[in-house]
Design a protein around this ligand. Structure first.
Ligand SMILES: [Zn+2]
Length: 218
């Protein structure tokens, strides 16, 4: 039970430096927030879902490191520093910043918006944990932009996930206090279901959050 980490060797695909980092082997959680932030049991694994090079600060998922040197498409070393020098980057707490950076690097590489939105969503969870609401909002705004795009451009490979991401877009808008967009997105969850019986839980969750959206202040 709890979070299990393992030490792994990496070679940075951008600058070539070798280093080791602890990555997540397994996690357990009990319950989750309404935007799917899991309530982890034991140590917080979020900082270990990403690996960061100690030399050039390149930051990505562990699998992204197992590509050849210079083969990360369209990515140059100075772009990493440019992102870290952006005014917004100075306002994000450390763990959230790693997800912000990884998301921006995915944007440069024109990766699937679903993956980009997920990176920013995880970054927003780090800010929530750090009780930094302003930074959380910044990352939620980025997250909803890309998750929304992934539904609109149908870039989500697993069809079961389309209704879930549709709900998530509504829920992030609700958390951003944009009642109209939240309402709009909650309404389309049902039509995106592929297996209504299996996803009954999602319909119930959507009804609850749509109700909150109409009657409560966040
Ligand atoms: Zn590096």
């Amino acid at each position: 039970m709890g979070t299990r980490l393992i030490e792994q060797a990496f070679v940075c695909p951008i600058c070539g430096r070798s280093f080791t980092a602890k990555v997540v082997e397994s996690v357990t959680h009990q319950g989750q927030d309404s935007d799917f932030y899991p309530h982890y049991i034991g140590d917080n694994p979020l900082p270990h879902f990403l690996v960061q090079c100690k030399e050039c600060f390149y930051c990505a998922y562990p699998d992204d490191f197992f590509t050849d040197h210079n083969s990360v498409p369209g990515l140059k070393m100075n772009q990493i520093q440019e992102i870290l020098n952006q005014p917004i980057a100075k306002k994000i707490p450390q763990e959230g910043l790693r997800f912000f950076l990884a998301g921006k690097l995915y944007e440069i590489q024109k990766r699937n918006p679903y993956l980009i939105g997920n990176l920013y969503l995880r970054g927003s969870w780090c800010c929530r944990l750090a009780q930094d609401r302003r930074a959380e909002i910044e990352l939620q705004q980025l997250s909803v932009k890309f998750l929304r795009e992934s539904v609109e451009r149908t870039t989500i490979s697993n069809p079961d996930n389309v209704a879930i991401v549709t709900y998530l877009v509504g829920e992030i808008y609700r958390r951003l206090e944009d009642k109209n967009l939240a309402r709009e997105w909650f309404k389309t969850v049902e039509e995106n279901l592929v297996d209504p019986e299996q996803q009954q839980w999602l319909l119930e969750l959507t009804r609850n959050q749509a109700e909150l959206n109409e009657h409560f202040i966040n």
